[in-house]
Design a protein around this ligand. Structure first.
Ligand code: NAP
Length: 254
């Protein structure tokens, strides 16, 4: 794994809990990172990270982002355009597997239009629109990485178990968005690296109801996962744009 340093200005979307919180914490503790923009939904906050940021002398910039609404995205572009330095690394860590009234489907008979719509809205459309908001603010020749947390179950080639229709398909759609965006960006943003990353099964609210079937030693802490994701993004450059990485930097089939 490459030991390149992390860049100065980093952005984490969905920073208030789970893997996003662990990533934000790891970036604050990193030593090379100078500023961390950390987004959360309206109603949340990141005051619990203030002390850590002060301790490490890193500028923590909490930002409300509602990526489900156009004005939320437009405000986000304006905010990014006014930053003292452009973003070098952005990680989209927001996503759902379950929510009020939504559970992963074991059978096609459990699929419901409104639940499928919701999961695509958050897991597929959300990261694409965040990437769009970010790209509008980025100087064309600025080198940066946009990494969306996807999931191994989004791999169509690797689908051996079936089930989880909505979540699986929403991550497959996310992967297609990432691949397509990376192709368009080759000319428009020639130094952009746009990738999908499977973080590995991690002990968070998202996986907690489904951890019974996880093999011993295969459930990782958010801190372990954050360290691995950062290791992957450190090793990525524009030549790997449009790829789907596992947490160990190996490639996952689409
Ligand atoms: N944990 C795993 O084992 C695992 C495995 C494979 C892939 N992943 C992927 O990794 C990512 C992070 O998962 P996690 O385990 O950290 O989940 P988590 O602990 O449940 O955290 C989910 C994050 O997403 C945010 N979020 C959810 N719905 C949102 C919405 N509509 N708008 C904005 N933010 C929203 C949450 O914000 P609020 O606090 O405001 O709800 C929270 O910050 C997800 O994309 C997930 O699919 C996780």
């Amino acid at each position: 794994m490459a030991a390149a340093t992390l860049p100065e200005t980093c952005l984490v979307v969905g920073a208030n809990r789970g893997i996003g919180l662990a990533l934000t914490t790891a970036l604050l503790e990193d030593g090379d990172v100078k500023r961390v923009i950390a987004t959360h939904r309206p109603g949340g906050d990141l005051v619990h990270l203030d002390e850590l940021a002060t301790h490490y002398g890193v500028k923590l910039i909490p930002q409300v982002l509602n990526f489900e609404q156009n004005d939320g995205l437009e405000n986000f572009t304006k905010f990014l355009s006014n930053l003292e330095k452009p973003v070098d690394l952005a990680i989209h860590a927001a996503g759902i597997l379950h929510e009020d009234g939504i559970e992963p489907e074991k059978s096609f008979s459990q699929c419901k239009t409104e639940n499928l719509r919701r999961i695509f809205e958050v897991n597929s459309i959300g990261p694409l629109m965040v990437a769009q908001a970010l790209l509008k603010a980025q100087p064309r020749k600025h080198p940066f990485t946009f990494a969306a947390l996807s999931a191994m179950v989004g791999s169509i080639g690797d689908n051996r178990l079936g089930g989880w229709y909505g979540y699986r398909a929403s991550k497959s759609a996310l992967n297609q968005f990432i691949k397509t965006l990376s192709i368009e960006c080759r000319n428009r943003y020639p130094y952009a690296s746009i990738v999908a990353i499977h973080p590995g099964t991690t002990d968070t609210d998202l996986s907690r109801p489904f951890q019974r079937g996880v093999k011993p030693g295969k459930l990782y802490t958010p801190d372990q996962t954050a360290a691995r994701i950062l290791s992957v993004v450190r090793s990525v450059d524009q030549n790997q744009s449009g790829q789907f990485f596992n947490w160990d930097a190996s490639q996952i089939p689409w």
